[in-house]
Design a protein around this ligand. Structure first.
Ligand code: SAM
Length: 282
C-alpha cells in the first residue's frame, strides 16, 4: 500500500492490464515520491484548480492529490485508464474529476467551468506525440494574460531545451520565441528514462512556463508566429532572403527595426523578433 492507501502504481497497471500503447505516447511513471516532487514544483495547489492532461493510471494525479491539490480536472483519451482513475477519484472524494476525451480538441474553460477567484495550474506528463501541439495551443491564445497561471510540464529534454533556448544556439527556434516573448521559461529538473515503465530512449525534463503581463509594445501573436516560422523555416538563410516568403519586401522592415539584413534567424533576440513583427503589423 502506498501513502494514499491506493495500491502501488505497478499493481494498478497490472490489474487494469494497461500495457503501454506507443501511439498514445504512453510511458507511465510509477514512483509517487517523484510525482510528489513534480506536483510540489507546480506551486500552490490547495487554493487552485489543476488541469491535468493524460493522467494514465494516475501517478501524477495521485502526487498532486497527496500534496494537497483541492481540485484536479483531468482529461484522458485512453478508455482503458478510466476505471483506474475512478478508483483515485473515489479515494479523494470530490477532488478529482476525470473526463474522457482528446485534450487537443477540448475547450478547457468550458470543461473547467466557473473557477471564480481560483488560479488554474496546468500540470502534465505530456504524451510525447502531442506535447508540442498542446503547448502551442495554450501559448498561442490572443488574449493575454491567458486563462492559466502557469504550466508545469514534462517534455523530452531536447524539447525542453528548445523552449528555454537563448539566441545563437542550435536549440533556439520558433518554440523558444513563441514561449519566451510573453512568459518566463525554466527547466526545473531532469527525469531519467529509468523512472518510466516502459523506459523511453531519452531523458525527460520538467519545464515551467509562467505568463508575464503583456507588454503594450508586444506584437500580435499571429503576426509574430508567421514571422518566426518564415525566419526559422530557412534558418541558414539571411533574413533578407528567408523573409521574402511573407510576400513583402523585407529590407525596409528590417531597416526600420534596426536589424541587419544579413542577419540569420538564430541571431535575433526575442526582443528583435517583437520589434520586427511590429513593423509587419504596421
Ligand atoms: N500522467 C501519466 C504518468 O505520468 O504516468 C501518464 C503519462 S503518458 C506519457 C501520457 C498520457 O497521455 C497517456 O495516458 C495517454 O493515454 C494520454 N494521452 C495521449 N494523447 C492524449 C490526448 N490527445 N488527450 C488526452 N490524453 C492523451
Amino acid at each position: 500500500m502506498s501513502e494514499d492507501n491506493l495500491p502501488p502504481l505497478r499493481e494498478v497497471i497490472n490489474h487494469y492490464e494497461l500495457q503501454a500503447k506507443k501511439k498514445l505516447g504512453q510511458n507511465f511513471l510509477t514512483d509517487l515520491n517523484l510525482t510528489g516532487k513534480i506536483a510540489r514544483s507546480a506551486g500552490k495547489l490547495d487554493n487552485s484548480i489543476v488541469y491535468e492532461v493524460g493522467p494514465g493510471p494516475g501517478a501524477l494525479t495521485r502526487g498532486l492529490l497527496m500534496n494537497g491539490a483541492s481540485k484536479v480536472i483531468a482529461v484522458e483519451m485512453d478508455h482503458r485508464c478510466i476505471d483506474a482513475l475512478v478508483d483515485v477519484s473515489n479515494a479523494y472524494e470530490g477532488r478529482l474529476i476525470v473526463h474522457e476525451g482528446d485534450a487537443l480538441k477540448i475547450d478547457e474553460l468550458a470543461l473547467i467551468g466557473d473557477h471564480k477567484d481560483k488560479d488554474i495550474l496546468i500540470v502534465a506528463n505530456l504524451p510525447y506525440n502531442v506535447g508540442t501541439a498542446l503547448l502551442v495551443k495554450w501559448m498561442a491564445v490572443d488574449q493575454w494574460r491567458p486563462w492559466f497561471k502557469s504550466l508545469t510540464l514534462m517534455f523530452q529534454k531536447e524539447v525542453g531545451e528548445r523552449i528555454v533556448a537563448k539566441p545563437k544556439t542550435k536549440a533556439y527556434g520558433r518554440l523558444s520565441v513563441l514561449c519566451q516573448y510573453r512568459a518566463k521559461t525554466e527547466i526545473l529538473f531532469d527525469i531519467s528514462p529509468r523512472a518510466f515503465s516502459p523506459s523511453p530512449k531519452v531523458t525527460s525534463c520538467i519545464v515551467q512556463i509562467i505568463p508575464r503581463d503583456e507588454n503594450i509594445d508586444a506584437p500580435t501573436q499571429k503576426i509574430l508566429e508567421k514571422l518566426v516560422s518564415a525566419a526559422f523555416n530557412q534558418r541558414r538563410k539571411m533574413l533578407r532572403s528567408s523573409l521574402k516568403s511573407l510576400n513583402t519586401d523585407p529590407l525596409p522592415k528590417l531597416m526600420a527595426a534596426g536589424i541587419k539584413d544579413t542577419a540569420r534567424a538564430e541571431e535575433l533576440s526575442v526582443g528583435d523578433f517583437c520589434k520586427l513583427a511590429k513593423e509587419y503589423e504596421n
